[in-house]
Design a protein around this ligand. Sequence first.
Ligand SMILES: *Cc1c(COP(=O)(O)O)cnc(C)c1O
Length: 400
Amino acid sequence: MTTKQYIELEDRFGAKNYKPLDVVINKGDGIWVWDVEGNKYMDCLSAYSAVNQGHCHPRIKKAMIQQAEKLTLTSRAFRNDQLGPFYEEICAMTNSHMVLPMNSGAEAVETVIKAVRKWGYNTKNIPDGKAEIIVCNNNFHGRTITIVGFSTEEAYKEGFGPFTPGFKAVPFGDADAMERAFSPNTVAVMIEPIQGEGGVIIPPDGYLKRVRELCDKNNAVMVLDEIQTGLGRTGRLFAEEYDGIEADVTLVGKALSGGFYPISAVLSNAEVLGVFMPGEHGSTFGGNPLACAVAREALKVLKEEDLINKAAELGEYFMGELKKIESPHIKEVRGRGLLIGVELKKEAGGARRFCEALMNRGLLCKETHEHVIRFAPPLVIKKDDIDWALAHIDAVLKMD
Ligand SMILES: *Cc1c(COP(=O)(O)O)cnc(C)c1O
């Protein structure tokens, strides 16, 4: 079948909840993917940072196949021999005390909302049904009803109400505004350390530190959604390290499996996840042995291939070179590690046409919000590859 035929099939039967670039991919290896016509592309999106370890990483593939031949799902009605070792390894690596595995990022967010609410009722004398969570404007935490309910993006929520109450949104990066939003009923603050979907927005230096202090002062749980920023993407294991702090609860997903399998996790101190008693939360597939085996290997690859330091070094190089590009369209280049946003001026006519031009040159990336091109290649990228990408980016940003 041709590209056109695949697209027609998708469009005939599929819901139209995405507007993908018209490239039909059927193979991936490291930073490269191939379409059904045999054209090769550099992947500069990494499935929204889920394939930090590169497409079809051989070690993770092997772990997945070996586990699939042995045991895939028991449900949590029984125990399995991958869960305990996964818990131990991820806690050691992330300095956590307790884990709750789920499948998608949105489920990890939903899980932590339940946990911090219950923690608040147990410890803070909050009247029943009154717990509040502070979030930020321009957030992205997933697509469930509760989560889109506290989004400030109209397209995410319009027509989907009624929504779950109990959330207050404040401007991102403004600790004073956050301070004013606390009340005796506040149980938690939940933010992204860098707003990825929001356009690669980096808060002012010291912001997370102030949030940490505000949470301590108000006896509230600090939750960081590191589903996109975590696991090496920004050149640190977690982006919180840039502010020298530790959240009480960290959410991970995406790269936790290197793109092989949906797995997410809530990583926490013992106090917050400790609120759950048997029967109060669960998931049929959450913590299944296949997911755990894949995640264990995906984490080992991050560490043993030194991908976190590579992201830091190559990200700095990539961003430095992007900043040198002289283009009338560029408003700002910003990022951390290999999570980089190039914001275009309004007059440039939107980032989409530049992404399409890059696709035609063999480089896949995606606009985020209308005017930002996000560059987030797999962390296994090399300097030569970046130079190759830069030549095309330079040419495309010099188009009229
Ligand atoms: C992708 C993402 C999510 C949602 O993850 P899904 O697996 O798509 O449900 C939540 N938070 C952030 C910051 C994300 O980037």
